[in-house]
Design a protein around this ligand. Structure first.
Ligand code: SF4
Length: 451
């Protein structure tokens, strides 16, 4: 059967969760508690892709098992359960120590017509804010859900600030729990921005919470660091609070992208360009020291990976493509983006891939698909006799790479049953981690040994 015939036959291997996965964005903000008006299995479905199977993560202020829920059941489908939701919210306010509550519904409660907005309105003026966000799976995936949670916070909670802190920059574009490396990436990004002279404001992760959320309207500008996710949020913030935004299309990996990111950002914000160059020089020296330190290991691989497939989120695919081509000198085979990028944004996302040191960047095969299994179909159809191809993807792709003995690096959800710890591929140090993961797996797959 030809590849073309196979690829039209089915859609398999999901890399995204349904919209209810948006609750993980709420859970990433310290002491913000979602309240579910959904079936008892809905959270579990989202968690299977975004949490445990994506770097061994779980929510920490509130473990998933303690999230209050109406556990919508059969009788609720007949009679509705708005009254019970009201009771669950009331009891949650009484017994949970949280700073904000976000009531979120799933498919069934939406279909039967329970109005969570109306229920939430009865809690206006309470000591703790109670918001609502509709996250039914039939409306979109977890990125849609992520956006709905942020919109709920911006539209229902935030108000305009009477002062602007020119140095403060809010960070957007990294989706907690969906981006496998979000925690450490945000930590490192925060450190870099601080060193450059900014006052970064990041709402996700340890010790942030509502005090970071409250500062959003007073930022000098918003930093969007993704090809398309959160573009709607920075535009909304511009509309509501007149806050401009600076858009860099991906999380930079490696010396070429990170220097480019730093230079553009510092220029945009009118900060110390000389100081920025000093940081770039220091970090580049360190990056090349570490790579040279292992150059024998890298090049004594009998067949060092030269080509690559990527099957991941748009953000990771773009960052990896640039790093692998510009800094490691590898050649792209095909790049699959399997996260449901809206059709109207696909052309723009594709255009960011032209920013590579490649003779004909317009020839790069970037494929937008909802079929996560499509990449594997192509990889399996390849002649891998010389095993020069590496695969960057999810735990689904790992199985294919393992069977074909191809070097593999997990980079996107679901990244598998592993503990991600403080790992990130962000910037200079992150690229050293990435190179190590790639060449280690190449060596482990028997591609070469150190002499
Ligand atoms: S698709 Fe609907 S019913 Fe299924 S898990 Fe998502 S919200 Fe729940």
């Amino acid at each position: 059967m030809s590849v073309k015939a196979e690829i039209t036959s089915c859609v398999e291997q999901p890399r995204i969760a349904c919209a209810i996965g948006g609750i993980y964005t709420a859970l990433a903000i310290d002491r913000v508690l979602p309240i579910l008006h959904a079936g008892p299995g809905c959270q579990g479905q989202a968690g299977a892709t975004l949490a445990g199977a994506n770097g061994g993560q779980n929510a920490d202020t509130y473990l998933e098992s303690v999230i209050p829920s109406t556990n919508f059941s059969e009788s609720d489908v007949v009679f509705g359960a708005a009254e019970r939701l009201s009771h669950v919210v009331e009891e949650s306010l009484k017994y949970y120590d949280a700073d904000m509550f976000i009531v979120s519904d799933g498919c069934v409660s939406q279909i039967v017509g329970d109005d969570i907005e109306e229920v939430v309105r009865t809690f206006e003026g309470r000591e703790k804010p109670v918001l609502h966000a509709s996250l039914p799976g039939f409306k979109g995936n977890n990125l849609f859900g992520h956006s709905e949670i942020l919109k709920a916070i911006v539209e229902q909670y935030l108000t305009k600030s009477d002062h602007v802190n020119e140095k403060q920059v809010n960070v957007w574009g990294i989706v907690p729990f969906y981006d496998t490396f979000w925690v450490a990436t945000l930590e490192k990004l925060e450190a870099l921005l601080t060193e450059l002279g900014f006052e970064p404001n990041i709402i996700y992760g340890h010790g942030k919470g509502l005090k970071a959320v409250d500062k959003i309207p007073s930022a000098g500008f918003n930093l969007l660091i993704s090809p398309w996710v959160d573009l709607d949020i920075v535009k909304l913030l511009e509309e509501k609070f007149d806050t401009p935004y600076f858009h860099y299309p991906n999380i930079p990996i490696g010396p070429t992208q990170t220097a480019d990111f730093v230079r553009k950002l510092v220029k945009y914000a009118n900060l110390d360009e000389v100081g920025a160059e000093r940081i770039i020089k220091r970090e580049e020296d360190r990056y090349y020291y570490y790579l040279n330190h292992s150059i024998k290991f890298i090049f004594t691989c009998r067949v060092t990976p030269r080509e690559f497939y990527i099957n991941s989120s748009a953000s990771q695919a773009l960052a990896l493509t640039k790093y692998l081509i510009n800094d490691l000198g590898m050649t792209p085979r095909k790049i699959f983006i399997s996260e449901g990028v809206p059709e109207e944004l696909q052309e723009e996302v594709r255009s960011y891939f032209n920013d590579v040191q490649h003779e004909r960047p317009e020839d790069l095969e970037v494929i937008f698909t909802n079929d996560g299994g499509l990449c594997d179909t192509y990889v399996k159809s390849e002649d891998t006799t010389f095993r020069k191809t590496a695969v960057f993807g999810t735990t689904w792709d790992e199985l294919t790479a393992k069977n074909l003995k191809l070097p593999f690096v997990p980079v996107s959800a679901p990244a598998g049953d592993l503990m991600v710890g403080v790992k990130t591929y962000f910037a200079w140090e992150g690229a050293i981690n990435l190179a190590a993961d790639l060449y280690n797996d190449a060596a482990n797959k028997g591609l070469g040994t150190v002499s």
